[in-house]
Design a protein. Structure first.
Length: 489
């Protein structure tokens, strides 16, 4: 069986036809109501006028008998009167009236009937057929009187209304079908374009994007969201490929060293003394720990991004943690020939996890100390901003990060040093962003104090700005101290 065109099978077409059908039915019902109301008014008005006339004749008969009825019929027939009369004696013989004979369709006494009669047009002198509505009244002695009223104009108006009802309903339905077909065809073509993009993407063409008309309608929004999703997927796939290459590059060296040492141990095990064998095993363990550290970092980031640890967060004062980090990294900075300063305000409350914050801040400090040249400086700060939020920042005087790479450094296995001569796996800052997102903190990356003496570049300022939280206690030391922009070192 031949299938219908695609646009005729769309939901839009069905809804459009349904809406058109409902509208046509509503319009038809409204016009029927107008018709019934109009026709009813005319009928009730005619019936009321006929009733008045019949009452007049019945009153005349009660007072003067059949002659009185005939007298009134003659008087009304001579004068201009909108009513029609036929008065007959027993046997149906015509007596008086302005109609020549009794219509054959009238038979029952007191029944109201529609009938037609002939009338000569005074202007054209042509006979015309008119419609009328009348009541037949029987008097004693088989005398009969027809009292009627010409309804040609009213019936013609009702006919026009009736035709208008049917024509309007047909037009509404036809226009609904045509508009539904046109709209559905346009809608189907736009959906086909989206489906074509989806099929091409599933076929491996990740560069395909959905066409947009920038009208702001639902399909344009869908195309925009689809393009954003495809961009994100392409970025993730590129990041996955980069991560795979980086993992292969970073893990190849320790695995190769481990294999070579084990192979040498197997080959030269008997010739090695205990001290040399012990050293080889310890170096192998160090390489294995480095591998485990990389995989643990990847798992930790994945858990944070999945939100597994957020329920365990509690209100903490980060000042003791930062004092511990100061004690830990200050000797390392001195050994590297760097100045290390800390500006820590106590009593500030944030909601978070101490262990996660310690790991994230340790990664930031480790990078700052690793990439800041000798003679430079690093500052660790904890303070409240003017907007009330708590900011933890690390500022250094190192080479900084180019603007176009500030987003990339937070991706997994991304390292600005392509030669990878420095130790590391490229997961440190990725973990920092995962921790920031888990805490709902804003992660800010800006230039540091690059114009200071001894600086070897613009420097770098990384800050975690935590959202407002209700503190358990307040202190005079917690007054706002300004923005979190880096101070001069």
């Amino acid at each position: 069986m031949k299938r219908l065109p695609a646009f005729l099978r769309t939901t839009t077409f069905r809804f459009t036809i349904l809406a058109a059908g409902l509208f046509a039915f509503s319009a038809f019902a409204m016009l029927v109501f107008v018709y019934q109301t109009t026709a009813g008014v005319f009928s009730r008005q005619t019936d009321a006028l006929l009733a008045v006339q019949i009452t007049e004749f019945e009153t005349a008969f009660n007072k003067g008998g059949i002659n009185a009825v005939n007298k009134i019929v003659v008087e009304h027939s001579i004068e201009y009167d909108p009513f029609l009369y036929v008065f007959t004696r027993p046997g149906g013989k015509f007596v008086s009236g302005n109609l020549s004979a009794m219509p054959q369709s009238l038979a029952k006494s007191g029944a109201q009937r529609h009938f037609t009669y002939k009338i000569t047009n005074t202007k054209t002198r042509m006979q015309e057929t008119h419609r009328a509505r009348g009541t037949l009244v029987k008097f004693p002695g088989e005398y009969m009187l027809l009292v009627a009223r010409d309804t040609e104009e009213e019936d013609a108006l009702i006919d026009r209304i009736s035709r208008a009802v049917w024509i309007a309903a047909a037009l509404v339905l036809a226009l609904g079908l045509v508009s539904g077909a046109l709209i559905s065809r346009r809608f189907a073509s736009r959906l086909d374009a989206l489906n074509s993009v989806a099929r091409d993407v599933m076929g491996g063409d990740m560069k395909r994007r959905a066409p947009r008309n920038y009208s702001g309608d639902e399909l344009d929004d869908l195309a925009s969201n689809l393009n954003d999703m495809l961009n994100k997927i392409e970025q993730l796939m590129a990041a996955t490929r980069h991560a795979g290459d980086s993992i292969a590059h970073d893990l190849r060296s320790p695995l190769t060293r481990m294999r070579n040492r084990l192979e040498a141990q197997l080959r030269d095990g008997e010739s090695l003394n205990a001290e040399e064998a012990d050293a080889a095993l310890h170096r192998t363990l160090d390489d294995a720990d480095e591998l485990l550290k990389t995989f643990n970092a990847v798992l930790r980031i994945a858990r944070l991004e999945a939100g597994e640890q957020r329920e365990a967060f509690d209100q903490i004062d980060p000042a003791p943690l930062l004092h511990d980090l100061q004690e830990l990294f200050e000797p390392v900075a001195e050994d590297s020939g760097l100045d290390f300063e800390a500006e820590i305000n106590d009593g500030l409350i944030i909601r978070g996890d101490r262990g996660l914050l310690a790991q994230a801040l340790s990664n930031v400090l480790d990078n700052a100390l690793k990439y800041t040249p000798k003679g430079g400086g690093v500052v660790l700060r904890l303070r409240r901003q003017r907007d009330g939020r708590v900011a933890i920042s690390v500022t250094d005087t190192g080479p900084g990060v180019p603007d176009d790479m500030r987003e990339a450094i937070f991706r997994r296995f991304v390292r600005l040093e392509e030669s990878r001569t420095q130790s590391g796996s490229g997961l440190g800052l990725a973990l920092v962003r995962a921790v920031a997102n888990a805490h709902g903190a804003e992660l800010i990356v800006e230039d540091g104090p690059g114009d200071n003496e001894g600086s070897d570049g613009p420097g770098l300022h990384i800050a975690l700005v935590f959202p407002l939280t209700r503190q358990r206690k307040t202190s005079a030391a917690n007054e706002p101290e300004g923005k979190s922009a880096p101070a001069k070192l």
